[in-house]
Design a protein around this ligand. Sequence first.
Ligand SMILES: Cc1ncc(COP(=O)(O)O)c(C=O)c1O
Length: 472
Amino acid sequence: MSTASIHAGWRAEDMHGAVTPPIYSSSAYAHDDHSSLKNLFARRSEGFAYSRSGNPTTAVLEERISALEGGIGAIAVASGQAATTVALCALLEPGSHVVASELLYGGTTEFLDDTLADLSVTSTSVDPWDLEAWERAITPDTRAVIVESIANPGAQLVDLDAISAIAHAHDVPVVVDATLSSPALYRPGEHGADVVVHSATKYLCGHGTTIAGLIVDTGSFDPRRCPDRWQRLTTPNRRFGVTFADDYDRGGSGLLSYARAKYVTDFGATLPATSAQQILVGIETLDLRMRKISADATALAARLHGATGVERVNHPTIPGRPDAALAARDFPHGTSGVFSLDLAGGETAAAAFCDALELFTLAVNIGDARSLVCHPATTTHSHLREEQRRACGVLPGTVRLSIGLEDIEDLAADLDRGLTAAARVGNDRATSAAAAARAGHDRGGASAAASAAPDAAPTATASPDALLARQG
Ligand SMILES: Cc1ncc(COP(=O)(O)O)c(C=O)c1O
């Protein structure tokens, strides 16, 4: 993994001996004669014509991620969101159906629920831990299932081998968003995934500098197994004049050729060469970073478990988590650096916690060298329906942490600062709620205590004494 992270896809002799991949800042590529460009457009030869659909710097990144995932090819696109959009569009048509884990990044759920619904694609979301639910949800129109290797923000793991076996029994390809794990911790293709998508913005970049997305074909999906179902790949394409599935005979990916020719080009979801180079630099240290980040996140989760004011720590190694066995079986190098805390005092406590942190940066990103914090219910997951938020473990008191590369003791001290501030507002609110209750009692009313704390978690408003007891 570490060797491929630095060398895969790179041939210095093609680039005047440059030691690191140069940035090809060119919109178009000159050709010697008329037939050269003609053959390229007719897909009879390979090369570069115009950077919207391919660039030499971006091509190095594509080869590198394909090697790291053990795939047969990859496409780099403008963002993680574009990766999911392009990958799904290549598999779907109007009337298709998608089965999706209910533990997905908010933007993916919104894409399925809103944009794809506008295009007459329906979706069913399922509890990823309920294998029978996956089986029940698949219909004759299902053309993809989608799941995250490690869910954002609750760090839930899935039994991808089992989910893939169910999907493949119906000849349905499995798309895995592997943003949180990265190939340093988990290779979804080894567990049945047919297509892997990444928000390279996160761990692959590693330094919060660049938005980017990647799509990898792991090589297990072959549309020729059900040619009628995937006619856009298995018959001559009206627009391009080729049968994309023929690429499989040449060791390429028909699915990705189709996705690049049609969707990357039509949507214009191109990754700039400068961005590709930044992701390549980030990947060079991926393996090292993921091991430290995962170890530190596990240690911090253990320290936060049972801390005053913390109702739950959402991390696979916390006792009682049903995915603990999956962590041990499938994630020997750790489960990444993102996890969440459910604070007892609801949104008010979460706000106090975030505002008190001095080292963690309040920002809606993950996978940076800097530790980050955010409040998903009012940011990344704010456009979802309440029941969707609850299904993916986003409560009013949930805060998401993305552990970075700082010293773990400094991070622990900062988290203590946050918890102290959250407890302080809890105490203030409990005191004022108790005073309001006494006043209400004096007036013969019972509702004053509840209205003193309108957005607190139900347990906090229901019983100030219980809250005080939890806060020690
Ligand atoms: C798991 C996951 N997938 C996809 C995305 C979208 O990626 P991008 O912001 O690069 O478009 C995100 C962004 O937070 C994410 O966390």
